[in-house]
Design a protein around this ligand. Structure first.
Ligand code: OOG
Ligand code: MG
Length: 253
């Protein structure tokens, strides 16, 4: 299959909420090609009027790597239709086999076209927020190789971001609970994210430069989950509680 064909299959699978077979192995897909396919598939969304609103990191925590059997950090693109307002109710119909995970989000303050250091973080990032990410692999049984998941835009599907907080808000070493109707389903600590979620904000600037991407003022960056992801269930209030900061929630109908 050509890159365009693979991108089209993945895009259709997302549009129709219908799983597809993995394609990397049969097509001898390398990681750089997987990122090219990701871009080609996203271009199909942009042609339909979606816009890029940010980027996400994946597999920045051991819990996630172990859950998915994958060993490298990955990155993907967030588009306008993926945004879900905090407190909104979302139907499961538009998804294949969605999972949810707690995240920390960062807001880009001004265009970034260099790799920044931790010391420069507050010059380039305006704020941070609690977030929840919905991931929905387009592959059957939510199973994939590293190349497959990258081509599939890292399972990106939806995200909820809470109110922006000052960038110097402490997000290090905070316990997190992911809850369904108040019942804890997953637990973790923000330090699981690269030792400190702020590292994800720095790391994203490196990946952006490497891939000729300028992070734009207003872009949202998701740091990667600190816990394993949990399959969504109908008629559920989904929330995540972050020690000292508070919580964030949305509803599934
Ligand atoms: C890939 C996406 C991983 C994270 O936060 O680690 C990710 C997947 O698990 O389907 O979003
Ligand atoms: Mg994630």
């Amino acid at each position: 299959m050509t890159q365009q064909e693979i991108a089209t299959v993945l895009d259709q699978a997302a549009v129709e909420a219908k799983a597809t077979a993995q394609m990397a192995k049969n097509n001898n897909m390398q990681l750089t090609e997987a990122y090219d396919i990701q871009k080609t598939a996203i271009d199909l969304r942009l042609e339909r009027g979606e816009t890029i609103v940010g980027y996400k990191l994946g597999f920045t925590s051991k819990a996630k790597m172990e859950q998915m059997g994958v060993h490298d950090m990955i990155w993907g693109r967030l588009t306008s239709t993926m945004h879900i307002k905090e407190g909104d109710t979302v139907s499961l119909d538009r998804f294949i086999h969605p999972r949810v995970e707690p995240e920390i989000a960062f807001l880009v303050k001004k265009d970034i076209d260099k790799q920044i250091t931790m010391e420069e973080l507050s010059d380039y990032y305006e704020g941070l927020a609690l977030a929840l990410e919905i991931i929905d692999s387009r592959y059957e049984n939510f199973k994939f190789s590293l190349e497959d998941v990258v081509a599939d835009n890292c399972s990106s599907t939806g995200f909820v971001v809470g109110p922006w907080l000052p960038i110097h808000t402490n997000v290090s070493d905070l316990n997190i609970q992911l809850k369904f109707d108040g019942e804890t389903k997953q637990e973790g600590n923000t330090n699981a994210i690269l030792g400190n979620p702020l590292e994800s904000a720095v790391e994203m600037t490196r990946l952006a430069i490497q891939n000729n991407i300028t992070l734009k003022k207003g872009d949202i960056i998701l740091a990667g989950a600190a816990t394993a992801a949990e399959f969504l269930k109908p008629n559920t209030k989904v929330s995540a509680t972050f020690e000292t900061i508070g919580d964030i929630q949305f509803n599934i109908q």
